[in-house]
Design a protein around this ligand. Structure first.
Ligand code: SAM
Length: 288
């Protein structure tokens, strides 16, 4: 209404100035602006209410990413790893179409009263899967296993590589003796989980690691010390992934210090209130 009057009167009018003053003084201006800004968040806020009543995870949230976000991830990975976009996208689709994996996880959670409403999708872990399919690592280490969703994604990629003749193993490390509940059956045939402090376990290792996924203690100092403990295990082309790069610059700073390239992918969750995490990639420079 006020906007229509303004249009009729023109922006220079004294009446316009008066109406603008009244709109500001009586809160119309603020209400209009608040309504406009809240439009950006209204859908997310409404999701919180239904999510809060469900029996699902309390952290390490499971959700899918938007199709646009997936396409962006595939293009980014195609550029970073000099691999054809269509191949990258087909690997991403291979995981998304793995109905056996999803139904295995949902079957396990159905028996858990705290998780029975959980609906799992892999979000940024699709990038982990694609990376394992294109680089065919011999050893993948993931610090921070939690229930084991990442472990299953990694194991599934390794199993496909093995089917195609490229052998690789998984080592998960978690301080919680109850972690990795999902990592069993055929998945456990491609790797192990060690229980203990990740830095202590890394310090006791000597076998080079091709892909290192850091997702344990997310305190900046701990994360940095984990990367430093990983240095003796780096091969020429070893890749480091941080699951915490949406929240800090630890991997970016580590990469700068050790003359490595760093890239970041930010998630756009689909139908979830969580703002999204991401993938920090640290990669050896070609001339290193
Ligand atoms: C975010 S969860 C890991 C999620 C998992 N990577 C996934 O994809 O679902 C973090 C895990 O790190 C573990 N953690 C915390 N501090 C640790 C430490 N010092 N050493 C090893 N694991 C640790 C926790 O027990 C927890 O299970």
């Amino acid at each position: 209404m006020i906007n229509k009057v303004k249009t009729l009167l023109g922006e220079d009018s004294r009446i316009f100035g008066f109406l603008d003053f009244v709109a500001f003084k009586f809160g119309y201006h603020a209400r209009r602006r608040r309504k406009f800004a809240l439009n950006y968040y209204a859908k997310k806020i409404s999701m919180i209410s239904s999510w809060s009543k469900k029996r699902t995870e309390n952290y390490n949230f499971y959700y899918d990413i938007t199709e646009k976000n997936l396409v962006d991830l595939c293009h980014l990975m195609s550029t970073i790893f000099s691999e054809d976009y269509k191949i990258i996208y087909s690997y991403a689709n291979e995981l998304k179409m793995n109905k056996g994996l999803i139904s295995f996880i949902h079957g396990e959670f159905a028996d858990d009263p705290k998780m029975k409403d959980a609906r799992v999708a892999f979000a940024r872990r699709i990038g982990w899967y694609v990376l394992i399919r294109i680089t065919r690592p011999r050893l993948v280490v993931e610090t921070g296993v939690h229930q084991g969703v990442g472990a299953l994604v990694i194991a599934s990629a390794l199993m496909k590589n093995i089917e195609e003749g490229s052998h690789g193993r998984y080592l998960g490390i978690d301080i919680d003796p109850n972690s990795g509940v999902l990592f069993k059956g055929e998945f456990a045939e491609v790797g192990d989980i060690k229980i203990g402090d990740s830095i202590e376990i890394l310090k006791g290792m000597s076998e080079p690691v091709d892909l290192f996924i850091s997702d344990s203690d997310h305190e900046n100092e701990y994360e940095n010390n984990e990367y430093e403990a990983f240095i003796p295990l780096i091969r020429d082309n070893s890749i480091i992934i941080s699951d915490n790069s949406h929240a800090n610059s630890v991997l970016a700073d580590f990469s700068l210090k050790h003359n490595r390239n760093y890239f970041f992918f930010a998630e756009s969750p689909l139908d979830h209130w969580y703002p999204g995490a991401g993938i920090g990639f640290s990669i050896a420079k070609k001339d290193n």
